[in-house]
Design a protein around this ligand. Structure first.
Ligand SMILES: O=C(O)c1ccccc1NCC(=O)[C@H](O)[C@H](O)COP(=O)(O)O
Length: 241
């Protein structure tokens, strides 16, 4: 069986690595220098980094230079997210050398542009499906953006390579992943799914790993690592095939 990929998260706000609760602006706890955090995950054996520009996602500025510095210093693969919504922000994101970018709001508000960039960049484009219930949320998760399964059907038809699926109610809460949501998304698409939000324990990761045959490819882990619920080394060991 394929092993579950783990993507430790570094979310950047105002130049600092932070964690949010439910992705809400203003709920952040600071964890210092994002480059230090990313290098620590790399030293611990991470193969991926999930790097988020929260200011770009919330429309409160951006951390482009900081994000480019972190992505450029990594030997591991980087998935870049947050505020990638037009040609300019996409070009800046791809120029960091990241392996792929994660589009969120654009997939809801600019479907024609997203179809175009999926056709142009293929595997370098993932779409973030950030949901409350089965309603998508955009603009830093502050605005409703349509039905999850209708959007998934459209993006599948456009050739979207993979999805990053986040249950916003779980994100940053250490309340466990929404396995039901992950199963439902996997049943609705044949594209790989990266699970995001709520991981609290090694058992949560083992539970996500049981969904690999259904189509879950990876899991993003944020708060649990920063809160030291377990180490990244322990997490990698827990999901080793
Ligand atoms: O990814 C985004 O674009 C984003 C936009 C607005 C708010 C939050 C956003 N991402 C947060 C994450 O990707 C988290 O790092 C990830 O879901 C980890 O969650 P957790 O393990 O529950 O801390």
């Amino acid at each position: 069986m394929k092993k579950l990929e783990l993507l430790p998260a570094v979310d950047v706000r105002d130049g600092q690595a932070v964690r949010l609760v439910h992705g809400e602006s203003g709920s952040e706890t600071s964890y210092g220098d994002p480059l230090e955090a990313a290098l620590a995950w790399q030293r611990a054996g991470a193969e991926w980094l999930h790097l988020v520009d929260l200011d770009a996602a919330f429309g409160t500025g951006d951390n482009r230079a900081r994000i480019a510095e972190v992505a450029g210093a990594m030997e591991l693969r980087v998935e870049l997210s947050g505020g990638i919504r037009d040609d300019d922000s996409l070009a800046a994101a791809l120029a960091t050398g990241c392996t792929r970018v994660n589009l969120g709001t654009a997939a809801l508000e600019s479907p024609a542009w997203v179809a175009k960039v999926i056709a142009e960049h293929g595997e370098r484009i993932a779409v973030g499906l950030d949901v409350r219930g089965t309603t998508l949320r955009g603009r830093g998760w502050t605005r409703d953006g349509g039905d999850l399964f209708e959007t998934l059907e459209r993006l599948d038809a456009e050739g979207c390579a993979r999805y990053v699926v986040t249950d916003i109610n779980k994100d940053g809460t250490l309340r466990g992943p929404n396995l039901r949501l992950l199963r439902d998304v996997c049943a609705a698409t044949d594209r790989p799914v990266v699970a995001s939000g709520g991981v609290s324990s090694l058992d949560d990761l083992r539970a996500i790993a049981t969904l690999v045959p259904e189509g879950v490819e990876g899991a993003i882990v944020g708060k649990a690592l920063y809160a030291k619920a377990f180490t990244l080394e322990e997490a990698l060991e827990a999901v080793a095939a």
